[in-house]
Design a protein around this ligand. Structure first.
Ligand code: PEP
Ligand code: MN
Length: 290
């Protein structure tokens, strides 16, 4: 896609709007001046695991709580999430800590159910080109976090966003979560920094980076997160677990609460250096603290 060719994603294109899109999620501005941090476990496993994680990430400065209740798993025999019970726990953890929540909607069948609980609907990388699902999530009117497919071109990703916009929902948050690559010996995916830069150039939509899936290894997450922010990401999505070794999914890429705290400290320093504030600090928003 050369710079002079007409863009096929008419509504998602940078030129479609005079300003970058800012999405308000219960008082948290995504795509505004402040960097937004979304954190929580890969999967909601239990009340104790979720609440401990939620309190820890909130205390360290996270703005939005994540957690999977319907999990896409490569093997049907792996843990596939708590379903509705997981949504109820997430909503409760969000209330207790004053954080909006985001969770994945795996199937068109679950759109209404997930939309009853979640403040943001996540479309996972395996569903980026499930056009019926994209239209169904669009119709809820809720913000949609659209992950890039693991082998999707930027154009395909922006056209997937276009499906949601064209259905009358302009609250789309793009999420770069790493692409498949040839060297999977040292990491699982390759966080595509070029994609973050390009998404900002091509589109007015906010873009967040997921260095947990984007690297697939705990030891790489913090530096990849900083790189994504330096490249212009509007926020981060991070997997955190109180005991990663015992996690039912993605423990190998999850940070402990202490590691997450260290990442937040490094992020604050980077934010100062690049002149971009971190989003609202703990206790400054309505909703209170656990
Ligand atoms: C997740 O966020 O836990 C997830 C399954 O993400 P992805 O769709 O990027 O693999
Ligand atoms: Mn995960």
């Amino acid at each position: 896609m050369g710079p002079n060719r007409t863009k096929p994603y008419r509504l998602a294109a940078r030129e479609a709007r005079p300003h970058r899109t800012v999405i308000d999620v219960k008082g948290v501005q995504v795509g505004g001046p402040g960097l937004v941090v979304i954190a929580g476990p890969c999967s909601v496993e239990s009340e104790a695991q979720l609440f401990e994680t939620a309190r820890a990430v909130r205390a360290a400065g996270a703005h939005i709580l994540r957690g999977g209740a319907f999990k896409p798993r490569t093997s049907p025999y792996d843990f596939r999430g708590l379903g509705k019970a997981g949504l109820e726990l997430l909503a409760e953890a969000g209330r207790l800590t004053g954080m909006p929540i985001v969770t994945e909607v795996l199937s068109e069948r679950h759109v209404d159910l997930v939309a009853r609980y979640s403040d943001i609907l996540q479309v996972g990388c395996r569903n980026m080109d499930n056009y019926a699902l994209l239209e169904a999530v669009a119709e809820t009117g809720k913000p949609v976090l659209l992950k890039r497919g693991m082998a999707a071109k930027i154009r395909e990703w922006l056209l997937a966003a276009e499906y949601i916009l064209a259905r009358g929902n302009d609250r789309v948050i793009l999420c770069e979560r790493g692409i498949r690559t040839f060297d999977d010996e040292y990491y699982r995916n390759l966080l595509d920094i070029n994609a973050i830069i390009t998404a900002r150039l091509e589109s007015h939509l906010p873009i967040i980076a997921d260095p947990s899936h984007g690297t697939g290894r705990t030891g790489l997450v913090t530096r990849a997160a900083l790189a994504a922010v330096a490249a212009g990401a509007d926020g981060l999505m991070l997997e955190v677990h109180p005991n990663p070794a015992a996690a039912l999914s993605d423990g190998f890429q999850s940070l402990t609460p202490a590691e997450f705290g260290n990442l937040m400290a490094e992020l604050r320093a980077l934010c100062q250096a690049i002149g971009r504030p971190l989003g609202p600090e703990l206790g400054t928003r309505a909703g209170g603290v656990a």
